[in-house]
Structures are given as structure tokens and as C-alpha cells.
Design a protein around this ligand. Sequence first.
Ligand SMILES: Cc1cc2nc3c(=O)[nH]c(=O)nc-3n(C[C@H](O)[C@H](O)[C@H](O)COP(=O)(O)OP(=O)(O)OC[C@H]3O[C@@H](n4cnc5c(N)ncnc54)[C@H](O)[C@@H]3O)c2cc1C
Length: 362
Amino acid sequence: MIVGAGVGGSFLALLLGRKGLRVVVVDANPGPGHRGADILKPRAIRLLAEHGLLDRLRSRGALQRDRIDFYHDGVSLLPYDFVEHTELGHYLVVPYVETVGTILEACAELPNVDVRFDSKIAAVTTAGATATEAILHNGARISARAFVDSSGSATPLRDLVRPHFDTLTYDHVLRMATVPLSSESDLRNRLYFGSTGWLAYFYPVTADSARIFLGVPRDQDARSHTGKYLNSLPVLYSFVPEADEAFRHLETAEFEPAPISAYTSKPYHHGNVILLGSSVFACHPMTGQGMSYSMEDAAVLTSILSEARDDLELSRLLDRHYETRRPAHERLVQYGDSLARSFHDKAAYLRAHDAVMHGGDL
Ligand SMILES: Cc1cc2nc3c(=O)[nH]c(=O)nc-3n(C[C@H](O)[C@H](O)[C@H](O)COP(=O)(O)OP(=O)(O)OC[C@H]3O[C@@H](n4cnc5c(N)ncnc54)[C@H](O)[C@@H]3O)c2cc1C
């Protein structure tokens, strides 16, 4: 059983389902979530290709890109070229809901995978260290050999693992808006940093819309917005060239908070209850790789869950092949942290930026 039909949970459900295992997935939301995780870097793309999902995702309008242009106080800082720094040579921009939708569409083709939205776990029955049955809010009972929580929230399952979180906090908040793509805008992803501690990331996300992420120093956030609307255009134009057509809709753009957190946790499992994706780690979105790692973890878990014949073997395989994923998560979280703490300072950011790590390829 899997809690959370996000990118990690749904990918795991698909891979287990294709191995012939029976899988139930429950998700608290009424349908696939809308969030700002729009960038798929090479490792995620390779996994989607390996499992026959890439063409489907492309047919949903995924945009292929090979550059991200970084600026500091309006001046070019780093033209990052995926052709130069990755083997794959590109990344994809596609709304999160389409990525998850593609995976869930493939799940729906498997009679042994049952995805239930609007569903939450109310309680879990245990026998010693083994979880035996989950009781849903609607009273349904689901027994399973293993329980995976990829919800990123406090659930009765996560409580059984009792994870300890090492959490990093930031002095900026992120806000996200979706704006019409003006025909004059070119299709480049561009990330503007200001020595003021602000940042603005612009990228086309579909054929006719673009995302804008603003990073706003926490102590200026309340006064920089009136409701959903940005009222600090002069601050923005201190580090974004006013001539950039991409920002022409700023005055009418509706910004929503996009929560950022960065953490790793310990342990990743207890008995047959396993934590995945945002239930075990989160990195600053500047890395653009949370989904890649969660999907890779789902692939590792698939091998373990399909190989283990009993609880003892499951625990042994999890210790050997799953708990050992933590150093990679910690490196990613640390990398995102070093970018997030340095972007206001040009020289410090360039020292923190690692061209290979940033590409997110093999
Ligand atoms: C602002 C932002 C931008 C990001 N941008 C990128 C990016 O561009 N590229 C990238 O690779 N990564 C990005 N990430 C990271 C990425 O979103 C995560 O790494 C990834 O979504 C983790 O996948 P997951 O399936 O574990 O969790 P999620 O994708 O968070 O999915 C969790 C699911 O669990 C469900 N759920 C929550 N609580 C419950 C509950 N109690 N019971 C049942 N279901 C529940 C939710 O409805 C959701 O469907 C970004 C993160 C943020 C915050």
C-alpha cells in the first residue's frame, strides 16, 4: 500500500504494478496536485524513457530546453548549457500535474493498481514492528505486506517510523504565479538574482503560459504584496531588466506562496513501513532535482519489494540498498542549501555552483 499519489508514490505504484504486485494508493487530494515542480532534469528523463513514459509526456506538451541563463543585478552571470554539462544534453519543462498525470494514466492500464483519491489513513494496525492493516477515514480496511508513505505529511504511517528531521530554514520565501506567455517573449529559462536578496525565475511552462517564481526576503514579504498582487515593482526592476518582456504581466499576476523546506530524515523505514520522496527528504527547489531522486528511490524500492520473500529479508534489503540512499539525498540538500544561501552574492554563488551537480545527469 502507498500513501500519496505524487510523483514518487505513483511511480512506485506503476513499477510495482508492472511487476505483477497488487498495489493500493491513497491520496488525500481530489486529484493529482498542482505545484511548481515543473523541471525534469536528465536522470528523471532517463527513468521516464526507460519505463516507456517519455513519449506520452511529450505528447502532453513537455517543452525541451538546453539552457538556463543566470543574471546578477541584471548582468549575465552564468549561461548554463546542458549540452556542455550533461550527457543527455537537455531538460524538460512540463507542469507537475502532467508528469504525475502521465504516470497515473499508465497505472490506470493495470488492473492490479488501485488509485483512490479523496482518501486518507485514519489508523494503522500493527503486530510488533509489522504494520498489518490500514484503516481509511471512510472505514475501508487495507491489509498489505508493506506500507510506503510518500505524502510528505504527518500520517499514522510516518508516525510508526518516528523519523528525526534535520531541517534547514531560509530567510526568503517563494511565491509563484502563472502568466500568459507574451508572443514577444523568447522561450529561454532565465533566473535573475539580486544583491537585495530577491530572485525572479521566469520560464515558459506550456505553449501559452509561463511561470514566475519570486524569492522575497522574509522580512519584506508582507509589505511586498497586497493580497496576491506584487506591489514592489521598483525592487524587482533593480535586478530584472525592465525591457524583459516576460515580466510585462507582473501587475496583474496572482502570486501564491510556494512553501520551501529542506530536510533529510532518519530512519527511512521501520519494519515494513517505508518512507519515500518528500516523506524522507526535500531540497531547495533551486536544484530542480527532487523529482529525479524520488523516482530513482521508487525504482530502488521496486527491486527490494519484489525481491523480499519475508519481513526479515525486506528489512535486510532496505538496510543495504535503501537506507544507503541517504548520503546522495544529503549531498543534494547541501547543494541546494549552498545555492540558496549565496545567490545574493555573485562571487559566493559562482563558488557554490557545481556544473556537474547542477545538470543532474549520471
Ligand atoms: C516550489 C517547489 C518547486 C519545485 N520544483 C521542482 C522541480 O522543478 N524539479 C524537481 O525535480 N523537483 C522540484 N521540487 C521538488 C518536488 O516537488 C519533490 O521532490 C517531489 O514532488 C516529491 O515527490 P513525492 O511524490 O514524494 O511528494 P509530492 O509530490 O509532494 O506528493 C505527495 C502526495 O501526497 C498527497 N498527500 C499529502 N498528504 C497526504 C495524506 N495525509 N494522505 C494521503 N495523501 C497525502 C498529496 O496530495 C500529493 O499528491 C519542487 C518543490 C517545491 C516545493
